[in-house]
Design a protein. Structure first.
Length: 303
């Protein structure tokens, strides 16, 4: 239980004494547990990896569940409670926290609340700009790709002649998954996930819809870029070169603005939004580098 809600976590690793690594999924209601079997095996050699379907998402979605406590502030409380449970269970003082997409919005806010419980923060597809600015950047890019490929349908949608399916074009032009052009690889991964049954797969979309309808943004007014300027832990931004889901130019602006004891922008040159799926070995390598650098920082600070 986290708060008043039964929520599902998946813990995998080759050695329980390895550092704890907590993933915060995106969406905001799109889980990542169902993708874990496709990318994190190498990561499990160096970390105890924790995937978590937050309240209302994936395995943690139930029909008829209450929407009253669906808020960013409650998600922050749930995250801190889970961090404390993991620290107690594995007898470790701190965890590494990775926030993906919307999870990077949540993760950076959690980092501000409890820096003393984190070794480092890693944002993947870091959400930085406002939703409106993101859409403006996306629409400009989609128009450029459609013009280049003589593709009239997205141009008609952007010109208001048809309803705009922005996500379809982000996928088609490689701004979500650079090596694929539809959402099929994500669905196929979910259907093969050993931890997910058929009903869990069905509940993925139900949870996304439920969260989109009910999540209240009650912590900050405006974007991360407008509200966050300082982090007290080492901060890393893992950015796919072709990411237009959370546009890279916004991540770069946040990276340049933010003050942190250590900060690095790490480019993944063969990826878009899902760097851990498209370059899993490189992702594991970079996470090991984060752990080494965070340890060195803590040792130098404690001298």
């Amino acid at each position: 239980m986290l708060g008043d809600s039964k929520q599902w976590i998946l813990i995998r690793g080759s050695d329980r004494n390895n550092p704890l690594l907590l993933f915060l999924h995106g969406g905001p209601g799109m889980p990542m547990m169902y993708l874990a079997h496709d990318f994190q095996r190498e990561l499990e050699r160096s970390f105890v990896v924790v995937q978590w379907d937050r309240r209302g998402a994936g395995k943690s979605f139930t029909a008829g569940m209450s929407s009253q406590r669906m808020s960013v502030s409650q998600e922050i409380n749930d995250t801190i409670e889970l961090i404390d449970q993991l620290r107690a269970r594995f007898h470790q003082p701190k965890v590494y926290m990775v926030g993906f997409s919307y999870g990077s919005y949540l993760g950076i806010l959690v980092t501000q609340h409890v820096p003393e419980r984190l070794h480092a923060y890693v944002g993947i597809g870091q959400l930085a700009c406002s939703e409106q600015e993101n859409r403006t950047i996306q629409d400009t890019w989609i128009r450029e790709q459609a013009t280049r490929t003589h593709d009239q349908e997205p141009i008609d949608e952007l010109n208001g002649k048809k309803p705009l399916d922005r996500e379809r074009w982000l996928f088609k032009y490689g701004g979500e998954i650079h090596s694929a052009h539809t959402w099929w690889p994500l669905l196929w991964s979910g259907l093969r996930c050993p931890e997910y049954g058929f009903q869990d797969v069905v509940n993925v979309k139900r949870g996304v819809d439920f969260t989109a309808r009910n999540l209240r943004y009650d912590v900050i007014d405006g974007s991360i870029l407008d509200n966050v300027s300082t982090l007290q832990v080492p901060a890393y931004f893992f950015t796919g070169r072709f990411d237009y889901t959370d546009p890279t130019q916004c991540t770069v602006r946040l990276f340049e603005k933010i003050n942190a004891p250590v900060k690095k922008l790490v480019w993944f040159d063969r990826s878009a939004h899902f760097v851990f799926l498209e370059e899993p070995s490189r992702f594991a390598t970079e996470m090991r580098r984060v752990a080494l650098e965070a340890k060195a920082f803590e040792e130098s600070r404690d001298r």
